[in-house]
Design a protein around this ligand. Sequence first.
Ligand SMILES: [Zn+2]
Length: 83
Amino acid sequence: MKEKIHPKYFKTTATCACCATYEIGSTLENIRVDICSACHPFFTGEQKLIDTAGRVERFKRKYAKVEIKPKPKPKSKGKPKKK
Ligand SMILES: [Zn+2]
């Protein structure tokens, strides 16, 4: 390794907002993170919908009545028109 160009490498702990701690090596000390593999929805399999304004509810109510109609067939019987 070349001298005086590498930052100090610490053995430190990364602490998540969910109180999980991880022993890691890093150039920073005492890392704090907001989310980790113990609490991220991708890993927990739980899905939290943040829906404070009730928008999803309103969307569902609005489109509950709407029926999906099949597409009308294009009227192209016979020969194509000549100009
Ligand atoms: Zn976490």
